[in-house]
Design a protein around this ligand. Sequence first.
Ligand code: FE2
Ligand code: FE2
Length: 139
Amino acid sequence: MMETKPWGTEWADALSMSNPEIDAEHKHFIDLVNMLNQEIASQQRDKDNILRIMKLILDDALAHFAHEERLFKEKTYPKAVEHAQIHKELIKGIKQGLEDIRNTDHISRWVEVGLAIESALVTHLVEEDTKYIDYLRTE
Ligand SMILES: [Fe+2]
Ligand SMILES: [Fe+2]
């Protein structure tokens, strides 16, 4: 079972998509999100570093979502359009979070953004990505 703690999420076999490449990308995502939340929670939190990690999350999300969408096409996944629309919204949310952090020095806002990004990405993985497992299965 996956455990969601206030600061951090752990990968678990239950999250496997039966596709090693996608699994590796999801694990990397979770690592980055944990890194972001650790930085925000630490006493030495550094805004530039938080923004740097957010940018990594954004770049990673763009690449990962594009990869998933390529696979949807290859496997003719019936919910491809709907899923791609959700990816678009997630990217919007990450960009908005980046702007929000850039524009404020209120740590409470940074915490909100960090938790919102964690929750949005983990929820997407658990609730949306798992719907296409059977189409992606490579093992
Ligand atoms: Fe995904
Ligand atoms: Fe997805």
